[in-house]
Design a protein around this ligand. Structure first.
Ligand code: CA
Length: 458
C-alpha cells in the first residue's frame, strides 16, 4: 500500500462541478468517495430499480455506471478497470488497490475543470451528474459480515471505571484487540428511522425480588464509531500478515452502533453483546477510500511508557508510522422541539480518530489471525471513538457519567442541557442523532465523510 500523497491530492485541482471547489465541501475532486444509488426504470408493474455505482462530487453524485455505458470509459480507462466496473456495486475494483487508484485518476480526468471537450462530452457531463439531495442512496456494498471492536482505550477505561473504579481496564486490553461479531442484516443507511427496541431488563436495584421485565428500552444510546470496508478477502485458514493488511482495506465510513444500555446490562454476561446491539446499526452512505485519506495518515497512537508492545503478529513499522488517521468526529442531537423551533442540531462531542489504541490493520490482522476468512464488503467498526477529554466522549453512557462517590457508588448521571431547556440522559423518541466526520490539514483540501443520521421512533 502506498501512503504518500500523489498528483491526485494536489490541492489546486478544481472541478467543473462548481460546488466541489467550495473549501467547506466534504466532497472536493480530491475525495471522490464511493457510493451507490437507486435508479428506477419503467412504469406500473414493469417498474423496477437497481443500484448504480457513483461518487460524490460537491453537492452532486457522478453516475459512474453511465460513464461505462456511454462508452467514455472505453476511450479513457484501462481494460481491467472497465471489466471490474461491470461487476455489481464496487466488488470488481475492491479486489485491487491499483484498480481503486486507477478509477480515481480516470474520474478526476472526467471531472477536472478546464478539461475541454466537444458538444458530446458536454452533454455527457450534464447527464452524468445529479443532485445529491434528490438521489436515493443505498449502501455502497452489500455488507455480509459485521464485526465491532473496542479500540479506544479512553472509551474502554471510562466504561470500565463504571464497573471497576479501581481497575477499569481488564488485563487483556493492551495485548489483544477486543471485538465481537455483530449482525449485518440490521445495518441501515443514514436517514433510516431507528425503532426503539424492546427487550428483557434486569430487576430494579431497589427491588431485586421483583424479577426481570420485558418492555421498551429506557436507556437508548448511540456509539460514534468509524467503520472500515474490507477490500480483498482472505481464504479460510489463511491469515493476513500485518505488513499486507493495508492492501485489504478499501476505505472508511461513519458508524452509529445504536445501543440499548439496560438490555445490555442484563444480557451481556458471560457471552457479550447480543440483542442490545443488533436491532440497528447506521452507516454513512460513502466509502472514503484509503487513497483519498493519504494526506491525513499519521503515526499510530504512541503507547504510554510501561505499556506492553504489541505481539509480533500485530507489529509492523509501516503501520506504526502510518496506521493512524486524523479524522475529526462530531456528534449532534436534534430533538423534535428543536426541529419545531428551527434550531440547529446541538453538538454533544468533538474528538479525533487519531487517539485509537489499535489501528485498523491490527484489527484486521487479529481478526484473520486464526484463519477466519474476511470477505470483500465486510465491515469492521472501531468501537466508540472517545478521546481523553470529557467533551470528546463518543456516547451518552460516557457523556452523562459523573463518576463515583467515595463509597464507590456511582453519582447520579449528569443530564445534557439543550438550548430548548430540555435535558437528556439517554435518547427520547423523536430525537435525531447526527454524526459528521472530516479530515482537514494545512496545505490539503478537506476530505469529508458526509453525515450518518438516524431518528428514534417509539
Ligand atoms: Ca460499539
Amino acid at each position: 500500500m502506498h501512503f504518500k500523497p500523489d498528483d491526485t491530492h494536489n490541492p489546486d485541482l478544481q472541478s467543473w462541478v462548481e460546488s466541489a471547489n467550495d473549501p467547506a465541501s466534504d466532497f472536493p475532486i480530491q475525495n471522490l468517495p464511493l457510493c451507490a444509488f437507486e435508479v428506477t426504470h419503467g412504469e406500473g408493474e414493469h417498474r423496477h430499480s437497481h443500484a448504480h455505482p457513483g461518487v460524490a462530487i460537491g453537492d452532486q453524485i457522478l453516475d459512474v455506471g453511465m460513464l461505462v455505458e456511454s462508452g467514455w470509459m472505453d476511450r479513457e480507462a484501462p481494460e481491467d478497470l472497465i471489466d471490474a466496473l461491470q461487476q455489481p456495486y464496487w466488488f470488481g475494483i475492491a479486489r485491487s488497490p491499483r484498480l481503486v487508484h486507477d478509477l480515481r485518476v480516470v474520474l478526476q480526468r472526467f471531472l477536472a475543470a478546464g478539461a475541454g471537450g466537444g458538444q458530446q462530452i458536454r452533454r455527457l457531463r450534464d447527464k452524468a451528474v445529479r443532485p445529491l439531495a434528490e438521489t436515493k442512496l443505498v449502501p455502497p456494498l452489500p455488507i455480509f459480515n459485521y464485526t465491532d471492536f473496542y479500540a479506544s482505550v479512553h472509551h474502554a477505561t471510562t466504561v470500565g471505571s463504571m464497573f471497576r473504579p479501581d481497575n477499569p481496564l481488564l488485563p487483556n486490553y493492551k495485548h489483544v484487540p477486543i471485538g465481537y461479531h455483530g449482525r449485518a442484516s440490521s445495518i441501515v443507511i443514514s436517514g433510516t428511522p431507528i425503532t426503539r427496541p424492546k427487550g428483557q431488563q434486569s430487576p430494579p436495584d431497589s427491588d431485586p425480588s421483583a424479577g426481570p421485565s420485558f418492555g421498551p428500552c429506557k436507556l437508548l444510546d448511540y456509539e460514534l464509531e468509524v467503520g472500515a470496508y474490507i477490500a480483498r478477502g482472505n481464504e479460510l485458514g489463511e491469515p493476513v500478515p500485518i505488513a499486507l493488511a493495508h492492501d485489504h482495506l478499501l476505505g472508511l465510513c461513519l458508524v452509529n452502533d445504536w445501543s440499548a444500555r439496560d438490555i445490555q446490562k442484563w444480557e451481556y454476561q458471560p457471552l457479550g453483546p447480543f440483542l442490545a446491539k443488533n436491532f440497528a446499526t447506521s452507516i454513512s452512505p460513502f466509502i472514503v477510500t484509503m487513497d483519498a485519506l493519504r494526506p491525513f495518515r499519521r503515526a499510530a497512537m504512541e503507547r504510554p511508557a510501561g505499556d506492553p508492545k504489541p505481539l509480533p503478529y500485530l507489529s509492523d513499522p509501516d503501520d506504526q508510522s502510518h496506521g493512524g488517521f486524523d479524522i475529526t468526529l462530531e456528534a449532534f442531537l436534534l430533538t423534535e422541539q428543536m426541529e419545531a423551533k428551527g434550531l440547529p442540531p446541538h453538538r454533544l462531542s468533538k474528538g479525533s480518530f487519531k487517539d485509537m489504541y489499535w489501528t485498523f490493520a491490527q484489527m484486521l490482522t487479529h481478526h484473520a489471525s486464526n484463519g477466519c476468512n474476511l470477505q470483500p464488503g465486510d465491515l469492521i467498526a472501531s468501537g466508540t471513538v472517545s478521546g481523553h477529554t470529557p467533551d470528546s466522549r463518543g456516547c451518552l453512557l460516557e457523556l452523562t457519567w459523573d463518576g463515583t462517590n467515595p463509597d464507590g457508588k456511582p453519582k447520579p448521571r449528569k443530564p445534557i442541557q439543550l438550548p430548548t431547556g430540555e435535558t437528556r440522559t439517554f435518547l427520547a423518541d423523536g430525537d435525531t442523532v447526527i454524526f459528521k466526520g472530516a479530515c482537514e490539514r494545512e496545505g490539503w483540501r478537506k476530505v469529508g465523510f458526509g453525515e450518518c443520521r438516524g431518528k428514534v421512533r417509539g
